[in-house]
Design a protein around this ligand. Structure first.
Ligand SMILES: [Zn+2]
Length: 263
């Protein structure tokens, strides 16, 4: 087989995998997954994420960033600690970063400062961004345009927007959308929305341990389940799951940096 499938967003270093992390990696590899990209959460997860990277340097590739739900009044210290890690290693991207107004709206101003600062890091270091947006598309678009959409590349991870929001992303050629198990949910309109996007701007992801695709919905997610998402995306484009794996793999390798695989 040529290449494989790339899970562009999973948190395999979290405690949900403490009892079977290595087995989950074996299951992923045996199914034809070639690489896992690991977005960071905050300063408490960096050690675990980098330990896992050191154990599997040809299979897992880390990003560095500060997640919006970890931002509060004490953000400055966390942000500078996060930045200090950027100089110490290579990363495939800056992530995950963004704005989340679902859980808590009280730190919007701080979330914007932190998001925009990390967008600037990505420009300075020529790394793509993995963006988390929850009930905050307008705010996220505003920050991107303020910092400079034409200078940025990245992915709207766990994209679940509507057609209008997709149109805004389509106007920014440096950006792709990341699709996960949500597309398989019965009540989701996402497959209709993504039909409006060309497949060369689609990435596959799990967001494991969260958002398991059907028929595993409600259970812990893991990378091997990404094939259920690949099958659903394949049905949207009239392709096979293997073709979707190959095309989205290429997209991932074109977007992310420092992954030692050939396009
Ligand atoms: Zn995530």
């Amino acid at each position: 087989m040529t290449g494989g499938l790339i899970d562009t967003h999973c948190h395999l270093y979290l405690e949900e995998f403490d009892t079977d992390r290595e087995a989950a990696i074996v299951r992923a590899k045996e199914s034809g997954i070639e690489a896992l990209l690991l977005p960071n959460v905050d300063t408490t997860t960096i050690g675990r994420m980098l330990d896992l990277t050191d154990q599997h340097p040809d299979f897992v590739f880390p990003m560095m960033g500060l997640h919006p739900t970890s931002v509060d009044g004490g953000y400055a210290k966390m942000l500078s600690e996060t930045e200090s890690w950027l100089g110490k290693r290579t990363y495939c991207g800056i992530g995950e970063i963004g704005i989340d107004l679902y859980w808590d709206k009280s730190w919007l101003k701080e979330q914007k400062i932190v998001f925009e600062e990390q967008l600037r890091w990505s420009i300075d270091r020529q790394l793509p961004v993995a963006i988390h947006t929850r009930e905050a598309f307008a705010e996220v678009f505003d920050s991107i345009h303020k910092v400079g959409a034409e200078k940025l590349t990245g992915v709207f991870h766990s994209f679940s927007g509507n057609k209008e929001e997709l149109e805004e992303i389509k106007k920014m050629p440096g950006f792709m959308i990341g699709i996960n198990g949500v597309v398989t949910f019965k009540n989701s309109r996402l497959s209709e929305v993504i039909a409006e996007m060309t497949i060369d701007r689609i990435l596959l992801e799990t967001d494991a341990p969260y958002l398991s695709p059907v028929p595993y919905r409600g259970k812990r997610n893991e990378p091997v389940y990404i094939w259920k998402t690949a099958e659903k995306v394949a049905s949207v484009y009239g392709l096979t799951a293997a073709e979707v794996a190959e095309k989205t793999r290429k997209n991932a390798l074109n977007l992310f940096r420092n992954i030692n695989k050939n396009v």
